[in-house]
Design a binder for this molecule. Structure first.
Ligand code: ADP
Ligand code: ZN
Length: 733
């Protein structure tokens, strides 16, 4: 019915969706003068509160007019585009989250709704216009002098330049010596220039760019997998598609997994387009966040690059979506509304009728299957431009080439590091473990230090002198005596983290300058930028890093990558463990030899015969993914079957068990649907809550959401018990 209404038809009764964990909208009456149409952003009363909401359409007539409350006001912002409202519905019905909870992600910058504050500047009143008998103190004289031949100044700047206090400025305004002017705020974003020249593209790059430009010109929905080895110029290619969208007068959205850390990406964008793009992530300052949201809504931000939440921004005229590193697990949000931003980006592209490019050197199995089935088009880049070649990958079998006791680098890797350093080149030692040691245990009795709130070991962070839980943030000092056997000073570290590895680097290569790169040492974009600068300036010889160095960076002098524990990601019950390990190690390997100097990658493993290791060594991604696909098809796992995780949590084990049993007893008995569990979750205790898991497996053709809704809707749980539904889960903890 909504479709038949013109978008701006005013309603005098409106149905308003509120950003609360509710599915249904509320009705309000509205002054026709407000001219409220679909998408209008309004303020409405609810109980004693005032809330921001979005008009979905005309209200119903069930409630008598005199019992309806009225809309308080309409915000002076463009209505939320249909693409966003439809996306909210879509995400809600896919994830089973209440519609209001999804809407909240789309309007989470309340400040953006108020008109932007004008800037006040001051000028001096000419002497002839001064009131009679004006007295000039030295302070007033300084203020006038500061304004004499410069530009108008903001009060704060005038106070600083003239070294006067705010009281002086106030009195001068009152005395008619200064005049106030309100300037409209400058537009926060300059338009990127699509016509600046990029690199001259290679043949295959030019072909791929042309294909994408044509999709942009078509203005219809299409999905393209842009699949090319690391360093083959995928970014250059999609920059051309962005340029095409800009030339057509439309906006472009680029999703990146960890925008805060990709200073290099922003620099490249500025090189190509002359200005910085708008940026969106969770750490923006409120002011920037507000201006950005509004600039997107008003269309003055033409290109926005952001983390997954950027998907819900109100682009009025989107022409292209790009999802870079589409295989990254970071696109899956686990807290609150649990959604897969890459998949929902495809949904948004479809709702908007625009092309989307999914970019990766190691596409997800989901994407590869869609290409195989003909639903997505695939563009391939096979070579690195210029003289850069792909690194050679070799395995070090830790069963034969063993590190010494208490050490973690095998002799083969040590020799390679020595040679690389002797050649004046750089080394990355990759270990995806923060801190000093993943496990601390008592030498006397074997007691392991565990988090009091979680089923997890405490991780020693020696630089901070503390033990930390990586799940809940618990932090404490290493106890002197073992809490179990009371032996004193008996704790030993077990296994390596990056800090412990750095210790080994220091003792083996005392002349090498090393830097630890983990989320503990590199916090935020400034430190990331400084890290990149230092490495490029060759102030660092050895990087000891976690996954934060795995992606995006381009270090011309880095020629050796040593993966200290290639098996690390393979353990655990995660159905994508093999795929992820492959992707991550491939990505890390891509850091080596990006420029003229050839790169070398050494993977330390206990299982060289594992298909992940064999494929990495052979450089045969397609064979590995075909093997993965076979395994998953045989097991009926995604993308060949459907899966949902249910996590029940409660403050005590009894209530968690009771609720999990209640849900399990009500489970549907349907052909093609299997319910596994309940069982204690691997993280049976998390942040003090006891957790039980159920896993629902269904054949591909089954409408899993409907099954879940029918099953769960009638179930009433105690207040203290929570049920989280995760459709297509990525985490099985
Ligand atoms: P990818 O996104 O596939 O990893 P990039 O687009 O980042 O690849 O390109 C890798 C490097 O090669 C970058 O430094 C880029 O500037 C450079 N490059 C890519 N294409 C060309 C080209 N046609 N001419 C010159 N340099 C190029
Ligand atoms: Zn914890």
């Amino acid at each position: 019915m909504d479709d038949l209404l013109p978008l701006d038809a005013p309603f005098d009764r409106v149905s308003v969706l509120l950003p609360l964990p509710l599915d249904a909208p509320y009705d309000y009456k509205a002054d026709p003068g407000l001219a409220l149409g679909r998408g209008a952003v309004v303020e409405v009363p609810l109980g004693k509160r005032r809330l921001i909401g979005v008009v979905l359409g005309p209200g119903g007539d069930e409630v008598a007019a005199e019992r309806l409350r009225g809309v308080i006001r309409k915000f002076d912002v463009p209505p939320l585009p249909a693409g966003v409202i439809d996306l909210v519905d879509w995400v809600a019905s896919w994830t089973l989250a209440p519609r209001g909870a999804v809407l909240r992600m789309a309007i989470n910058s309340p400040g953006a709704l108020e008109p932007p504050a004008a800037t006040t500047v001051l000028t001096a009143v000419p002497e002839m216009a001064w009131p009679p008998a004006t007295r000039l103190t030295p302070a007033r004289r300084r203020a006038l002098a500061a304004l004499a031949d410069g530009p108008a100044l903001e009060p704060r700047d005038l106070a600083r330049e003239a070294s006067v206090g705010p009281a002086v400025i106030k009195s001068m305004l009152e005395a008619g010596l200064l005049e106030r002017h309100d300037l409209p705020p400058p537009p926060p974003f300059q338009p990127p220039d699509p016509d600046r020249r990029g690199h001259a593209l290679t043949g295959e790059q030019a072909e791929a760019a042309e294909a994408l430009r044509r999709s942009v010109a078509d203005r219809t929905f299409s999905v393209t997998a842009l699949d090319g080895v690391t360093g083959s110029g995928k970014t250059e290619v999609y920059f051309e598609a962005i340029a095409a969208a800009l030339s057509a007068g439309r906006q472009a959205l680029v999703l990146l997994p960890e925008i805060a850390l990709s200073a290099q990406w922003l620099d490249r964008f500025a090189d190509r387009f002359g200005v910085a793009p708008a940026v969106w992530h969770s750490d923006l300052k409120p002011r920037v966040r507000r201006d950005t949201w509004r600039a997107v809504a008003e269309g003055t931000a033409r290109v926005l690059v952001g983390a997954r939440s950027a998907l819900f921004l109100p682009f009025p005229d989107l022409g292209l979506i790009v999802v870079d590193e589409e295989h990254e697990p970071a696109y899956k949000q686990e807290d609150g509304v649990s959604y897969q931003a890459r998949d929902m980006a495809v949904v948004r592209a479809r709702l908007e009728g625009v092309p989307i490019a999914l970019v990766s050197a190691t596409p997800s199995l989901e994407t590869l299957e869609n290409v195989r089935g003909g639903r997505y088009r695939s563009l391939h880049l096979t070579a690195r431009p210029g003289t850069a070649t792909l690194p050679s990958v070799e395995l070090i079998d830790l069963r034969r080439d063993r590190p010494e006791r208490g050490r973690f680098l095998a002799p083969g890797l040590v020799r390679a590091v020595e040679r690389t350093l002797a050649d004046g080149e750089q080394v990355l030692l990759f270990l995806n473990r923060r801190g000093y040691a993943p496990l601390t245990l008592c030498r006397a009795c074997g007691h392991r230090l565990e988090c009091p709130n979680c089923t997890a070991w405490l991780v020693e962070h020696r630089l901070l002198g503390r033990l930390q839980c990586h799940h809940c943030g618990f932090s404490g000092r290493l106890p002197r005596a073992c809490p179990s056997c009371e032996a004193e000073d008996s704790f030993v570290a077990s296994g390596p983290g990056v800090e412990r590895l750095a210790e080994e680097v220091l003792s083996r290569f005392p002349d090498a300058r090393f830097q630890i790169a983990s989320s503990d040492t590199i916090v935020g974009p400034d430190q990331a930028g400084e890290f990149v600068r230092a490495v490029n300036a060759r102030e660092v010889d050895v990087i000891v890093g976690t996954q934060i160095v795995a992606k995006g960076h381009h270090f011309p002098w880095l020629t050796l990558v040593g993966v200290v524990d290639a098996d690390l990601g393979l353990a655990g019950g995660d159905l994508r463990a093999g795929e992820r390990t492959y992707q991550m190690l491939h990505q890390v390997s891509g850091r080596a030899g990006r420029a003229e100097r050839p790169g070398r990658v050494l993977l330390q493993t206990h299982v060289p015969e594992n298909p992940v290791m064999a494929a990495l060594a052979a450089g045969d991604r397609d064979r590995f993914m075909a093997y993965e696909a076979e395994q998953r098809r045989a097991a009926g796992m995604p993308p060949f079957g459907r899966l949902a995780g249910l996590v029940v949590s409660a403050p005590d084990a009894e209530r968690a068990d009771a609720a999990a049993r209640l849900i399990a007893r009500a489970a549907p008995r349907l052909d093609g649907v299997t319910v596994l569990g309940p069982a204690p979750a691997p993280l049976a205790l998390l942040r003090g809550r006891h957790r039980r898991r159920l896993l629902v497996k269904a054949r591909k053709e089954i409408n899993l959401q409907r099954v879940l809704r029918d099953w769960l809707a009638p179930i009433r749980l105690e207040n203290a018990v929570r049920l989280a539904v995760d459709v297509d889960p990525y985490s099985f903890l």
